[in-house]
Every structure is written in structure tokens, then in C-alpha cells.
Design a protein around this ligand. Structure first.
Ligand SMILES: Nc1ncnc2c1ncn2[C@@H]1O[C@H](COP(=O)(O)OP(=O)(O)OP(=O)(O)O)[C@@H](O)[C@H]1O
Length: 501
């Protein structure tokens, strides 16, 4: 028997396909609808018999949802880690302001993966009709991207039961690790299509460089806070077991310039959380506050700075203010508060009960792990209900700079860990109060020629001046205290002389 040549074989295959297509066209044109459907289904079954591969599609957008599918994002992150090794069609992406380059598979690119000895292939595809224009492809409204997972049907169970879960879990982990953290703030939107106008979150990249290493504080106290934070972030199961929402409140209090804002940045950097800086005076009412709360994602720190000045939450503040106006002793305090008190025309109707609901009402449990931080310069002004344990679980006092705190700053600012002038500085710090902000300012070189020596002498000078100022203030206060007594004795003398004998 003569051997069949390659050319003859291809000719036979080609003419068989042509005959099949001809018969199929006749069937489609002349057969009744029911017969055609039956034949099409049979064809599909026949094809799947010969094609043992199964496809799973993960669409970028599903149904009417405007948000990107979470599964799609997780797959994208998962594939970004191994696509650069096996894919031939890659795309380079760089997040805005981020220095990190990410390589992912491009449309129609393919990448293979291995899991429990099974070979799995992934492809990025697009549905709909991309518009063609001058030879360039443009994204059209109808075009929707999706990842297609292909595997042999014998792995069906393994893929459904473990592989997909593995991909989503790993992808989410990678997203958390790579994500650029954000700093959100609320303000009344200027988008014309949002009516009525309401407070909404706007965000920028969070880039504050503070860490716990840069916070001036006694080492033991610092370590306690770090451990508390880390313990919280790893306690998902514990919170679930005791039936409590996974959140923790911190109250940071102390005079201005003692590092409350710096501490918040250090907390966010330690835990890799986003920061939501909530401006209460820009929130119309309790309902709007709830809406803002719902939009806050997990792994976040919600900050309300200067809580004593944000709203009339104490119910006593107005009274206190009028008292203060006649009180010369509190002149300085008044000046500081005045700059932070919201203008009297503020239309916010957020109440104390609205805020308490925000902290630990039913809605506060949505969205996963979160930390709420209040800061204040005057802790005694706050309503006890607002800061009771359980609501504000940890109260942290940030106070004037100690010698231990100074050593942290000297190491960070001047790279100096020991110096003959440290003894003088320690003595002066025991005798007078100075904020870490003032120490930091003194240690900051003002010109290239200022070395560590000069900066330390600047600090000694600042401490001596602070000491002198405190002594003068004390003397003034003492003389003021004596004055009324002097007035009283003068009055008594006058009375005595006027009284009839
Ligand atoms: N404990 C600290 N450790 C390191 N730096 C500090 C500390 N406290 C203050 N500073 C320095 O002083 C600056 C101001 O501090 P920060 O804004 O954190 O103080 P604050 O307590 O939040 O003040 P305010 O109550 O006025 O908001 C910071 O930029 C930082 O350089």
C-alpha cells in the first residue's frame, strides 16, 4: 500500500472541513428552528467530548455594579507575581506617584501556573467590539475585560475546592502589601451632579515619614503602644470569639507640639493602614456622619483631631468659654483654642449621641479592622461618656519632652548618642518644661555650617530662655495672687476710717 504523503493528508482534511461547512450552512438555512437547536447542542456535546478543557471567566465588572470586581483585582495581583516569568505579552503599570513597576499580562496574553501538579493557564481577554479607528484600537463602552482560567476537566474538583481559593487569598495578600496607602479627608463635594450637597471623602497618597523610631518618648511607653497596636491587628479571631467589633479607640492628649499628629502617622505606618481625617464641622448631621462611616474601608485609622474644639459635644463648652473670657489666667489657653474652634456659623448638627453611635453603633462594625483616634489638648473638657474605657480603650498622654525623649531626637536629628553637653541638658529639662516640637526646632540645623555642637548649644539656649520665661510667669502670678489681698486690706482700712466712732 502506497504511503499517504503529508500533502495528501492536508488535502483530505481541507476537503472534509469544506464539505462539513457546506452541509452545516444548508442545515442552518433550511432546517426548522427546533431541529437546528438540537443539532447545535449535539455538536457542542461532541466538541466537548473531544475538548477536555474547562474555562472559568472572571469579569472585571459584573451586572450593574460600578465597582471593579474584587475577585478580578485579586486575580490581577496574583498573576502580576508570576506573569513576568512565563507570559510573553506583558504590560507595564505604575501607580500614580508610586516608584514601583508592576508587570501584568496584557490583553490576549497568556500565563501558565502550576498547582498540586496540575497545569493551569490564564489569559486576559475582552468581550464586545473594540472600536477600530485609523488602525489604532480604542476602548469602547461595550468592551469588558475578563480573565479566563483554563484547565483539564480531571482537575475540576481541585480547582473549585482549593485552587481558586488559593488564588484569591494570595492575590488579596499581595494587594495589601503593594497598595499605596491613602489619606482621606471629608469636605462638601463640589461635584455639580451630587445634589443635595453633602460631605464626601477625598483622598491623596499618604506619605508621612514618621515611624515609632522618630517619636520622642520613653522607650517603655513607646514599646507598650507598639505592642498594643500589633496585638490589635492580629486579633481578628479573638474579637470574633468575644463577639466584639474589631476596632479599638485611642485618646491622645497633651499640650500642643507634643507629637499627637506624629504619633498617628507612626501608627498608620506601623500597621500599614489608611488614614481618614474626619473634619466633624464639615458634616451636616448624624445621617451624613453615618454615610461617611459606611464608606470607610477596613485597615484604617479614623482621626478626629482636637475633639474638644470640633463641636459643642460637652454641652458645657459655651458656658466655659464665657467664664474664660474674664479669666486672665487662661489667656494663653484661650488664644490656642480660638484658632481651632469652628466658626460660630458652622451648620453642623452632629450631636454627642450621633458621634457615640459613629464610634460603637451597629454601623461601626461594617468594614473590618479599624482604629479610632481622638486628639485633644484639654482632656478635662471632654464628656466622660465620649472617652470612657471600651470606647476610647487606651488613653495616651503625650507630654513635655523628657531627657529620654531628647536622646531620641538627638540621635535622629544629629546622629549623636552621647555628648558632654547632655548633662546640662538633662538638668535643665528637669527644671523646665519644653515641648518635643521646641526641642526638634532647636536641634534642626539652620544652615550647612551648623554642626551638632552648635545645635546642642542652641537647645541649651532655648532651655535657659524657657526657664527664665517660666520664672517670670510664676513671679507675675504670685504678685497677682497677692494683689486682691492687698486690695482687701486697703478696703478694710478705708472701712475702718469711715466707720463712726
Ligand atoms: N514626640 C515627638 N517626637 C518627635 N517629634 C515630635 C514630637 N512631638 C513633636 N514633634 C515635632 O514637632 C512637630 C509638631 O508636632 P505634632 O504636630 O505631632 O504635635 P501635636 O501634639 O499634634 O500638636 P497640636 O496639638 O498643635 O496639633 C512635628 O512635626 C515633629 O517634628
Amino acid at each position: 500500500m502506497a504511503a499517504i504523503t503529508m500533502a495528501e493528508m492536508w488535502t483530505t482534511v481541507g476537503s472534509s472541513i469544506a464539505s462539513f461547512m457546506f452541509v452545516w450552512t444548508i442545515i442552518r438555512q433550511y432546517c426548522p428552528h427546533e431541529v437546528r437547536l438540537y443539532l447545535e447542542k449535539s455538536m457542542q456535546r461532541l466538541m466537548s467530548f473531544f475538548n477536555p478543557y474547562i474555562h472559568v471567566n472572571i469579569h472585571e465588572f459584573t451586572g450593574t455594579r460600578l465597582n471593579r470586581s474584587e475577585a478580578y483585582g485579586a486575580v490581577e495581583a496574583y498573576l502580576s507575581t508570576n506573569s513576568s516569568k512565563s507570559a510573553k505579552r506583558l504590560k507595564l503599570e505604575m501607580e500614580k506617584d508610586s516608584k514601583k513597576i508592576v508587570l501584568t499580562i496584557d490583553e490576549y496574553g497568556k500565563v501558565t501556573d502550576e498547582f498540586q501538579a496540575a497545569e493551569i493557564s490564564w489569559a486576559l481577554r475582552a468581550t464586545g467590539s473594540p472600536q477600530q479607528s485609523m488602525g489604532y484600537r480604542q476602548n469602547s463602552e461595550q468592551e469588558r475585560r475578563y480573565y479566563q482560567l483554563t484547565f483539564h476537566k480531571r482537575y475540576r474538583e481541585m480547582i473549585a475546592e482549593s485552587y481558586l481559593e488559593h488564588v484569591i487569598k494570595k492575590g488579596k495578600e499581595i494587594r495589601v502589601k503593594n497598595r499605596q496607602r491613602k489619606l482621606y479627608t471629608n469636605g462638601v463635594t463640589d461635584r455639580f451632579w451630587v445634589y443635595p450637597k453633602q460631605s464626601m471623602w477625598a483622598d491623596v497618597q499618604f506619605e508621612h515619614p514618621a515611624t515609632f523610631d522618630s517619636v520622642a518618648m520613653e522607650p517603655e511607653k513607646k514599646q507598650e503602644i507598639i505592642e498594643d497596636l500589633l496585638n490589635f491587628s492580629q486579633s481578628k479571631d479573638f474579637y470574633a470569639r468575644i463577639g466584639k467589633a474589631w476596632k479599638r479607640g485611642y485618646l491622645l492628649y497633651g499640650p500642643p507640639g507634643t507629637g499627637k499628629s506624629t504619633m498617628i502617622a507612626a501608627m498608620a505606618n506601623l500597621l500599614n493602614y489608611d488614614v481618614y481625617d474626619l473634619e466633624l464641622t464639615a458634616v451636616k448631621d448624624n445621617t451624613e456622619l453615618k454615610k461617611l462611616l459606611i464608606e470607610i474601608t477596613g485597615k484604617s485609622i479614623i482621626v478626629i483631631e482636637d475633639i474638644d474644639c470640633s463641636l459643642d459635644l460637652t454641652g458645657q463648652r459655651k458656658k466655659k468659654k464665657t467664664e474664660k473670657e474674664t479669666d486672665d489666667k487662661n489667656e494663653q489657653e484661650k488664644k490656642e483654642t480660638k484658632s481651632k474652634v469652628p466658626n460660630e456659623e458652622s451648620l453642623s448638627k452632629v450631636t454627642l449621641s450621633g458621634l457615640l453611635n459613629f464610634i460603637d453603633g451597629l454601623w461601626s462594625a461594617c468594614g473590618g479592622e479599624r482604629i479610632i483616634v481622638f486628639t485633644t489638648n484639654y482632656v478635662e473638657k471632654l464628656d466622660p461618656a465620649l472617652i470612657r474605657r471600651g470606647r476610647m480603650d487606651k488613653h495616651i498622654e503625650l507630654s513635655y519632652c523628657t531627657f529620654e525623649g531628647f536622646k531620641v531626637l538627638a540621635k535622629n536629628y544629629l546622629l549623636v548618642e552621647a555628648h558632654p553637653s547632655f548633662e546640662t541638658i538633662e538638668r535643665l529639662m528637669e527644671e523646665t518644661k519644653i515641648t518635643p516640637a521646641d526641642v526638634a526646632e532647636a536641634l534642626m540645623p539652620k544652615s550647612r555650617s551648623e554642626d551638632a555642637e552648635k545645635c546642642l548649644s542652641n537647645l541649651i539656649q532655648a532651655l535657659e530662655e524657657a526657664k527664665k520665661e517660666a520664672a517670670m510667669k510664676k513671679a507675675e502670678e504670685e504678685s497677682r495672687e497677692k494683689e486682691p489681698a492687698k486690695d482687701d486690706s486697703l478696703l478694710q482700712d478705708k472701712k475702718d476710717t469711715e466707720e463712726p466712732q
